[in-house]
Ligand binder design. Structure first.
Ligand SMILES: NC(=O)c1ccc[n+]([C@@H]2O[C@H](COP(=O)([O-])OP(=O)(O)OC[C@H]3O[C@@H](n4cnc5c(N)ncnc54)[C@H](O)[C@@H]3O)[C@@H](O)[C@H]2O)c1
Length: 447
């Protein structure tokens, strides 16, 4: 795509995003004030830059809503006939409810909805030129690779291409593939993208309009300027961006693993029953205990995330799935959605058999770390956070922000580290490591 002469040239490829905006601007429409403003902010920040969201499922629809509410014209793309249109209709219903409750003004709701158009295709070369694409289709590497290759072919080389993947590596999307369906289609080796610098992760949390956190994920080739501009854009959308490397689980889905894993191990071992365990963690400030939370998330969904991190880390024992959770899934005890998970639920979603033993909770907390659900969980959460920062994958501040906003933890791992002290955490982990050898409880070198 040729850049119009008035487009400011910047060192970041996002300079071209401004070009995409100009190219896609509706002919004859009045230029907005943000177009006239001097280009001293992120080239992605002007709210009239066109955005495409690929995938009109739960996440894509929410992301389209957020972008449109921030003022962007948004094209919502889905391969299933009628899917994008139905998503916009549902959004209309949501806005009508918000208007009725006085949460949104009718004219703002109408203006937001008017900014969203739909496009049905599985050929991404037909997506109109935009400044930013956010892909939110099924979590399948081959599907995503094809989409990014087609986008690369048709969009300006400077259009920022983002994926909302929760578990796939950015490099697996942009790099050469020698296995899988996509590689087979290319005779054994599927080529890398020509411009991987503009490919990043923008990992929104569910539901995107309500969750403030966005993990801005850097692949090995992602351009630092693009990451910077995308972070600025997320702030302009009212989000709180954190930066991280494209490693298994990014920040939230990795650091949170022991919150579930320690609970399941303690119950599996018979050290505590699920309801009492949940009580100890709620008393420690967590909004929900790990057992009720995994029942809410879905045991199958939670297990899949854990297994993905475990496999991607070469089956690191820190992330090994538990027989306890696998058995729940095998038995179809998936949680609230099946009426039975760790606990049984009635039709209103209330747990029927979650009666904690308060006296037991009192005895366990403050006792030896092996049988204290709170100390054991916090030591492991701190260890994960410290190790992630030690590996250079994110900053301590971003880890704390991500865990508070992404999981609703009362504090971040580094705040707990400050409170508990590195020496105590290390000693607790060494005690656990002695009780359960094998590497799961190895303390981070940085502790
Ligand atoms: N659901 C979550 O809690 C959550 C949270 C964060 C990130 N994510 C990630 O977001 C992505 C989407 O998740 P979701 O829960 O919204 O999925 P979903 O199944 O609700 O929606 C996916 C949509 O993509 C469409 N689609 C599939 N293949 C397509 C193609 N080739 N071209 C165009 N459209 C296609 C489907 O028709 C469907 O409408 C996944 O990568 C997922 O890992 C999900």
């Amino acid at each position: 795509m040729t850049q119009p002469p008035q487009t400011p040239v910047t060192s970041s490829p996002l300079g071209g995003a401004t070009g995409a905006r100009a190219a896609a601007h509706t002919p004859g429409s009045a230029p907005s004030s943000s177009q006239d403003a001097s280009p001293d902010t992120s080239p992605l920040a002007p709210a009239d830059l066109p955005v495409a969201v690929i995938g009109a499922g739960a996440m894509g629809t929410g992301i389209a809503q957020v972008a449109a509410q921030a003022g962007h014209p948004v094209v919502l793309v889905d391969s299933q006939p009628g899917a994008a249109q139905r998503a916009v209709e549902r959004l209309g219903d949501t806005f009508s409810r918000l208007v009725a409750r006085g949460k949104v003004a009718r004219e703002d709701a109408d203006a937001t909805l008017a900014r969203i158009t739909t496009h049905t295709t599985s050929d991404m070369t037909t997506v109109p030129p935009v400044a930013l694409v956010v892909e939110a289709v099924v979590e399948q590497i081959d599907v995503k690779r094809v989409i990014f290759r087609q986008l690369e072919e048709a969009q300006s080389p400077t259009t920022v291409l983002a994926t909302n993947t929760s578990s796939l590596s950015i490099d697996a999307i942009t790099g050469v593939a020698t296995s899988g369906h996509d590689a087979a289609l290319h005779g054994g080796t599927s080529p890398a993208l020509a411009h991987p610098g503009r490919v990043i992760g923008l990992h929104f949390f569910n539901p995107p309009p309500l969750m403030r956190l966005v993990e801005v994920v850097a692949g090995a080739a992602s351009d630092p300027g693009v990451l910077e501009d995308a972070s600025a854009l997320m702030r302009a959308w009212g989000k709180t961006p954190v930066r991280c490397a494209s490693t298994p689980g990014f920040i939230v889905n990795r650091v949170a693993r022991p919150f579930y894993g320690e609970a399941q191990r303690m119950v599996e071992e018979g050290l505590v029953d699920p309801a009492t365990l949940d009580l100890t963690l709620r008393r420690a400030g967590f909004r929900m205990g790990p057992m009720e939370l995994t029942d809410l998330i879905g045991q199958d969904v939670n297990l899949a995330v854990g297994e993905s991190v475990w496999h991607q880390t070469g089956q690191d024992p820190r992330y090994a799935p538990t027989a306890y959770q696998r058995d729940l899934v095998r038995a179809g005890r998936l949680g609230r959605k099946t009426g039975h998970g760790v606990f049984r639920y009635d039709d209103s979603g209330a747990a029927l058999d979650a009666s904690p033993d308060e006296a037991l909770a009192d005895r366990l907390v403050g006792g030896p770390v092996r049988t204290d659900p709170v100390a054991r969980t916090l030591a492991m959460l701190v260890n994960e956070g410290v190790d992630l920062v030690h590996r250079g994958e994110a900053s301590a501040e971003d880890v704390d922000t991500a865990m508070r906003l992404g999981t609703n933890y009362p504090k971040g791992p580094f705040e707990w580290l400050e409170e508990i002290g590195a020496r105590t955490v290390r000693a607790q982990l060494e005690e656990l490591d002695a009780a359960y050898p094998g590497g799961r409880y190895r303390p981070s070198e940085a502790l």
